[in-house]
Design a protein around this ligand. Structure first.
Ligand code: NAD
Ligand code: TYD
Length: 347
């Protein structure tokens, strides 16, 4: 198996690469990543010298480069994770999301199908997507694989569009594909622009914790290593042409999650109870903020026998432990670009 993983230097991609490189010594695993602000080869130190692993620096927006790469390697399978992934950045610069998430995906699909119909039959294009394509839920209900797409942020719209292109390439050109739509991931190696690592870092730096609006927004949280395991199961056992929703059965209102995180940080840092919580600051809401996401993950559970393996408490403890033991990783990503993003977003 010659397997291309895009976006493998990012948060989820690096966990997928680590899992696959160690579990499948006979696969040839290629990691294609442009190393944007979110890509970090430090995430892959543990496996970078393995014989079955190669890194290719390159941009999925570069059509000529992508088509040459596929001609050269004739990949059997693609797991496509490379994307612009942060909602707040998509509000400031939607075009960047159109370029990478839509046009970049289209470049990969075109290059993938160029091997011809016969050879395509035994291959698979696996697109990693998000539950945000479904828009927002009210106080009740769950997203199923049949929920209509109704994206509200430019990020969600770009991911919805890329999902549609993947499906259209299946219908029109016979490209074998699978799509999975997952809820919010958390865990080690997540860039500190997303809620959990941002707040861990701000607590360490004694900076305010900016809760958007009244904090009564709900997300379903899944530990990133469980998502990587789900991706393994879907790639190997999933049915071509199907969509799988992946979730943690783990809904939290932002403010409750933040308070739990604060109390754990107080314990771990031996701070007086309430020290971290005192940093909570309610700030202007995110425009188009989706009220609630929640996933019905029964299809993947029943059809492919996957379910989350760790509880939220266990996953959150492992996450905090990782950030406290990898302060240098945090220091390296908190550079000039990050501080300028932070300033524009929060001040
Ligand atoms: P991330 O931002 O941490 O990583 C994205 C990676 O893609 C980075 O390594 C970056 O360098 C690379 N990349 C970006 N633009 C590129 C380009 N033009 N060419 C090549 N590489 C490029 O993202 P993540 O959180 O790991 O998410 C990975 C995928 O999973 C995305 O497709 C995202 O939509 C999806 N997803 C994420 C979550 C989540 O909670 N983080 C949930 C569901 C689905
Ligand atoms: P985020 O981690 O950006 O993921 P997503 O937007 O993909 O769900 O945000 C998770 C939730 O936390 C979301 O409801 C927005 C909220 N949030 C804040 O309240 N403050 C922040 O500084 C950030 C980054 C997010």
């Amino acid at each position: 198996m010659k397997l291309l993983i895009t976006g493998g230097a990012g948060f989820i991609g690096s966990h997928v690469i680590k899992l696959f490189v160690l579990k499948y010594p006979n696969y040839k695993i290629y990691n294609l990543d442009a190393l944007t602000y979110a890509g970090n080869l430090e995430n892959l130190k543990a496996i970078e010298t393995q014989a079955n692993y190669s890194f290719i620096k390159g941009d999925i927006n570069n059509e000529v480069f992508i088509s040459k790469l596929f001609l050269k390697h004739d990949f059997d399978a693609v797991i496509h994770l490379a994307a612009e992934s942060h909602v707040d950045r998509s509000i400031k610069d939607p075009l960047a999301f159109v370029k990478t998430n839509i046009i970049g995906t289209l470049n990969l699909l075109n290059a993938f199908k160029s091997c011809g119909e016969n050879r395509l039959k035994n291959k698979i294009f696996y697109h990693i997507s998000t539950d945000e394509v479904y828009g927002t839920l009210g106080e009740t209900g769950l997203f199923t694989e049949n929920t209509a797409y109704d994206p509200n942020s430019p990020y969600a719209a770009s991911k919805a569009s890329s999902d549609h292109f993947v499906r259209a390439f299946g219908e029109t050109y016979g490209v074998p594909y699978i799509i999975s739509n997952c809820s919010n991931n958390y865990g080690p190696n997540q860039f500190p622009e997303k809620l959990i690592p941002l707040f861990i870092n701000n607590i360490l730096e004694k900076k305010p914790l900016p809760v958007y609006g009244d904090g009564n927004y709900t997300r379903d949280w899944l530990f990133v290593k469980d998502h990587a395991k789900a991706i393994d199961v879907v790639l190997h056992k999933g049915k071509t042409g199907e969509t799988y929703n992946i979730g943690g059965w783990n809904e939290w209102k932002n403010i409750d999650l933040v308070k739990l995180l604060c109390s754990k940080m107080d314990d771990k840092l031996h701070l007086k109870k309430g020290t971290s919580e005192n940093l909570i600051t309610y700030v202007k809401d995110r425009p188009g903020h989706d009220l609630r996401y929640a996933i019905d993950a029964s299809k993947i559970k029943e059809a492919l026998d996957w379910k989350p393996s760790v509880t939220f408490e266990e996953g959150l403890d492992e996450t905090i432990h990782w950030y406290l033991n990898n302060e240098q990783w945090l220091k390296n990503v908190i550079n000039k670009d990050y501080l300028s993003y932070y300033e524009k977003q929060y001040n």
